[in-house]
Design a protein around this ligand. Structure first.
Ligand code: PGA
Ligand code: ZN
Length: 416
């Protein structure tokens, strides 16, 4: 079915900053929209999010240039194409942009069109979005696996000022028999953690991803409190519910050292590694994301050699959903998992290629939100359709996070 119109506009993300929404209309009148998310602790090697830089609007964060690029340059090449030719649509935009990092048109502009085309095609074919995504992956079996959620119940780093250096403390309901149970358990632990914090006299206000953001003055204390909350909820730590962290270590890396404000200042990579080893020994910690900085391949390698058998060693800022960086990681054997963020690379087709490459090489993939999210639940369907087994989409509060869990629960009900 031919694309007859593409229209972008500026809308707001969950931090109240502008982002790009695109609506694609087809020859038969069917139309569908998608909204692009936005990160805060972004990797240096991510595709470029085009911002206007006009201080008179939204403190320079407007996206009118990106919107205009969709409505003029991109529309010129994509209107008239068949909406089911996702690869060709994405390739046309990549060629039109002409840069390595999509800085000419903006990855936010390009991705809004890419995602909206996927949704428009699914709508036109009258199939659920996850089913169409599965088809894009070459999977026609109609057999789906619901992902295990990684639920970020304590926020720190860039997502919660004055909190821990470690950016995210997540729970993984690995013993839940289905997604709905996983969500229920997650919600119960989240609320019990809130009660524990309240009793200790800490505030229970939340950070960007909906987790609590108390100033515990410790990077380890959160692990202890989460174990307590798991037990208080009647679950077995490590058996029913495990813990994951995202250190987002690029954010506290300076001049070859890791500056953990609390654990005694400047650490070498070996000293930081020792902390991770200690935590993995002491707590049911089974996944560490960005344990080292985005270009510290050797740090990741140390972690993989020491703990690769015991943890999911995830590269986020390290790999930035980029196939070349993933290939280097596979060759070096310096990680065993990749975080997948569509807007780090900028098209759905390239994201699919990265996930396939990871799978072929025994790497886990985790579909992820951004800290600046929207009401768009695209990644819920993308996680189910891709069949990767994991989704990271925030806490059990803030509607832009909960929307994804609600969509996942609806999908699961639909499938049973
Ligand atoms: P970001 O953080 O969306 O702010 O980059 C998420 C993450 O680091 O996983
Ligand atoms: Zn991360």
């Amino acid at each position: 079915m031919k694309i007859t119109n593409i229209q972008a506009q500026e809308v707001l993300d969950s931090r109240g900053n502008p982002t790009v929404e695109c609506t694609v209309t087809l020859e038969n009148g069917v139309s569908a929209s998608a909204i692009v998310p936005s990160g805060a602790s972004t990797g240096t090697h991510e595709a470029v999010e085009l911002r206007d830089g006009d201080e008179k609007r939204y403190l320079g964060k407007g996206v009118l240039k990106a919107v205009d690029n969709v409505n003029t340059k991109i529309a010129e090449v994509v209107v008239g194409m068949d909406v089911e030719n996702q690869k060709e649509i994405d390739q046309a935009m990549i060629s039109l942009d002409g840069t390595e990092n999509k800085s000419e048109l903006g990855a936010n502009a390009i991705l809004s069109v890419s995602m909206a085309c996927v949704r428009a095609a699914a709508t036109y074919k009258e199939i659920p979005l996850y089913e169409y995504v599965a088809q894009l992956f070459g999977n026609d079996t109609n057999v789906y696996e619901m992902p295990v959620p990684m639920i970020n119940i304590l926020n720190g780093g860039r997502h919660a000022n004055g909190s821990s250096d470690i950016q995210e403390y997540m729970i993984m309901p690995i013993g839940a028999s289905n997604l709905q149970e996983a969500v229920q358990w997650g919600s119960e632990v989240f609320h019990n953690l809130g009660k524990i914090l309240k009793e200790m006299g800490y505030p229970t206000t939340v950070g960007d991803e909906g987790g609590y953001a108390p100033n515990l003055n410790s990077n380890e204390k959160p692990l202890e409190l989460i174990v307590e909350a798991i037990k208080k909820s009647g679950f077995k730590p490590g058996e029913d519910i495990a813990i994951a962290i995202d250190a987002a270590a690029s954010e506290f890396y300076k001049d070859g050292k890791y500056e953990l404000k609390i654990e005694g200042g400047e650490l070498s990579k070996e000293q930081l590694l020792d902390i991770y080893i200690e935590w993995v020994d002491k707590y049911p910690l089974i996944s560490i994301e960005d344990g080292f900085a985005e270009d510290d391949w050797d740090g990741f390698k140390l972690l993989e050699d020491k703990l690769g058998e015991r943890i999911i060693n995830v590269g986020d800022d390290l790999f930035v959903t980029n196939i070349k960086r993933l290939e280097r990681g596979i060759e070096m054997e310096c990680a065993n998992a990749i975080l997948i963020k569509l807007n780090q690379i900028g098209t759905v087709s390239e994201t699919i290629e990265v996930i396939k490459k990871a799978e072929e090489n025994g790497f886990h993939s985790i579909i992820s939100h951004r800290s600046g999210e929207t009401e768009d639940t695209f990644i819920a369907d993308f996680a189910v359709g891709s069949g990767v087994g994991f989704i990271k989409t925030g806490s059990m509060s803030r509607s832009e996070r909960v929307a994804k869990y609600n969509r996942l629960m609806r999908i699961e009900r639909e499938l049973s």
